[in-house]
Design a protein around this ligand. Structure first.
Ligand code: MIC
Ligand code: SF4
Length: 642
């Protein structure tokens, strides 16, 4: 039987387990990346492992999220991460050098290798045929220490592409079309391989947009073949030696095949407040726009920026619109400047922001009250923009630029003639903002720089056989980690300060939660389906842990969050009957007994003392996960293994 691309890479990196769907597998990890918002915690965790130097082929610490620096906190964290990188043998990408996923694709990604990153959009690297996954900080810390990464062997989906995109229809529209069809849950438990005749018509930046947004379907990752197009891209980056060919076997077997004819697509738009709330741009054409933001790890490549510059050239943004443009990397920005396209963008009235996540994570540029904001980003969760009632729509760079000119949501096909973009044969290579690892003798002398914002992280408790607690919070379906632990300019600087962060936990759902949870001492939370989707931030597990949450019950969990809960020593259990969700109420006193036995059988019993009822719960854990839970979290487990 033939193999898919992902299966080939998994096979070459398999440390233990069998490549059978649903089985736990352990993978050797070649590369890791962190960004600063999750990195501080990941490095604090790495430090507890007392390993003198990272054991991966390559590990990179990026600074790209918390770049606003209003106060000492971010700058202190940057210095801490920089000193950790120098001390432990990592590359350090300085603030301003770009968004981790864009820079990693340009400078470090290699087809056929494995990469985990403490950021959910790490699958961007699938655009060059790498097996790249988002993970919690603890998993990344373990991988940096040479440990394997454990996942459940995913199902294999294939998207078969035919045809060719028409002018003004883009890779972003392909992603939105997939989300329209399969929703934010459609990829859960699967790796999405993109194949078919249409693939060769897509450039690497276009492929990377698609694999980046595969995250929004809940997929473990997405991957393209590594072909001549990939080789050309790596060659233009001066890294042709990194190229190897990778494709699936003709008789590879897939659990699902989805067909998309590129020629039939048109510009699409995701409406508030979910990336799968997708319509055609033409359906919304009379809607007035207040703000347009172009950038983010989804759409900030040179290719995207040149298209935008082409649309804006010689025109001026509608006076009612505020337009921001953030190029994805220093390489992109420099090349835009060199070819004059940056002048076209500036002359049109755009506000050019630094090469960072910026508005995507609510780091500035929040829209006006109730404002309609068109963004080329990948997420439009409620409140994420920093304006509670902001109406965020997700579109392609072309739709964004066209709408910025007219002041209305505009199908770019109706606006101008095709914009032909000439990609350079070689990119401008300047790695001066990437600090390479120090040799071991020098590294050993580096002192770690810790600011007052760095506080110890909470410890899980070893599991007990009986757990009785109040249900402090009941929430609905598709709760994101942005609901559990919001981001934004005000809160993000405290990513290394869990006690401070805890005041904002679940703030979007219920502002009284932190106080009530603290008062309850130990507690439980109940969620609907796909609980914990979105960002990989382990803070969405560590902060509830700090507030006393020890059990989370849901109809179903998103992959990275479930792993983060286990790593934090919180027991994630699912309802055997989804309908029971309606019978359990916030404030009920709940009890689970015989937990140790249940860990082995996978069947748990929940006693709702308030209602006088019992409910069946499920929790099927691997031996390793059971041991982690029993120990009170991954780090304690790793320490006990030594
Ligand atoms: C995001 O897009 O939500 C983030 C910010 O990049 C997160 C990581 C974080 O919360 O720090 C992610 O996607 O994992
Ligand atoms: Fe940064 Fe936004 Fe990408 Fe997250 S999704 S890595 S915040 S640009």
């Amino acid at each position: 039987m033939g193999l898919t691309i992902a299966e080939k890479i998994i096979k070459a990196h398999l440390v233990s387990g069998e490549m059978k769907t649903g089985e736990e597998i352990a993978l050797r990890i070649d590369q890791t990346l962190t960004q600063d918002a999750t990195g501080t915690m990941a490095y604090l965790e790495f430090e507890t492992m007392k390993i003198p130097r990272v054991k991966t082929e390559l590990s990179v610490a990026y600074i790209d999220h918390n770049t606003l620096q209003s106060g000492f906190m971010n700058a202190d964290d940057h210095r801490f991460i920089r000193s950790m990188a120098a001390r432990y043998g990592l590359y350090f990408s300085r603030p301003g050098n770009g968004i981790c996923h864009q820079v990693h694709l340009e400078r470090f990604g290699r087809p056929g290798k494995t990469l985990i990153g403490s950021d959910s959009h790490t699958p961007t690297g699938g655009g060059i045929g790498m097996l790249t996954m988002g993970a919690g900080g603890q998993d990344v810390a373990v991988a940096m220490g040479g440990g394997a990464y454990h996942i459940t062997m995913p199902k294999m989906y294939r998207v078969e592409l035919t045809g060719r995109l028409r002018p003004f229809v883009t890779a972003k529209d392909v992603s939105l079309e997939l989300l329209r069809r399969i929703s934010v849950k459609g990829g859960v438990g699967a790796i999405i391989e993109w194949g078919g005749e249409g693939v060769k018509t897509l450039s690497v930046p276009e492929r990377a947009t698609i694999t980046n947004m595969g995250t929004e379907t809940g997929a473990t990752t997405s991957i393209f073949p590594s072909d001549e197009v990939t080789r050309e891209f790596l060659k233009a980056e001066g890294r042709e030696e990194a190229w190897t060919e990778l494709r699936s076997d003709d008789d590879a077997v897939y659990d699902k095949i989805i067909e998309i004819d590129l020629s039939e697509l048109e510009p699409m738009i995701a409406c508030p407040h979910s990336p799968d709330n997708v319509k055609k741009v033409s359906e919304l054409k009379d809607m007035k726009v207040d703000q347009v933001c172009i950038g983010s790890c989804t759409n900030s490549s040179l290719y995207d920026m040149l298209k935008v510059a082409g649309i804006l050239k010689g025109k001026v943004v509608n006076p009612d619109v505020s337009l921001s443009v953030s190029p994805g990397s220093k390489q992109v920005l420099t090349m835009l400047a060199d070819c004059g396209a940056l002048s076209d963008i500036l002359a049109a009235g755009a506000r050019v922001l630094e090469c960072a996540c910026g508005p995507c994570i609510g780091m500035g540029f929040s829209p006006n009250s109730g404002g309609v904001s068109l963004r080329t980003f990948n997420r439009n969760f409620e409140g994420r923009s920093g304006t509670a009632d902001g109406q965020v729509y997700l579109v392609s760079p072309e739709t964004a630029a066209a709408s910025a000119l007219t002041g209305y949501i505009t199908n770019p096909m109706t606006l101008s003639d095709e914009i032909k973009v000439q990609m350079p044969e070689t990119f401008k290579i300047d790695d001066s903002a990437i600090e390479p690892p120090l040799p071991p003798e020098k590294a050993a002398e580096v002192e770690i720089q810790r600011g007052p914002n760095i506080k110890p992280f909470p410890d899980g408790d070893p599991l007990t056989d009986e757990f009785k607690a109040e249900l402090v919070l009941k929430v609905g379906d598709n709760i994101t980690t942005d609901h559990i632990m919001p981001a934004g300019a005000k809160i993000l600087p405290y990513r290394s300060n869990i006690p401070h962060l805890s005041q904002y936990c679940f703030g979007v759902c219920d502002e009284t939660f932190p106080d009530r949870a603290k008062a309850a001492g130990r507690s439980m939370v109940l969620g609907g389906s796909n609980y914990g989707q979105g960002s990989s931030r382990e803070h969405a597990a560590l902060v509830p842990l700090y507030l006393g949450v020890r059990v989370v019950i849901a109809k179903s969990f998103a992959r990275i969050h479930a792993a983060n809960l286990i790593n934090a020593g919180i027991l994630p259990l699912t309802l055997a009957e989804a309908g029971d969700y309606d019978l359990i109420e916030q404030g009920d006193t709940l009890k689970i007994t015989g937990i140790f036995e249940s860990l082995d059988s996978g069947a748990f019993r929940l006693n709702d003392i308030t209602k006088g009822k019992t409910f069946d719960l499920r929790g099927e854990f691997t031996e390793r996960q059971k041991a982690i839970l029993k120990a009170g979290g991954l780090l304690k487990y790793v320490a006990s293994e030594e």
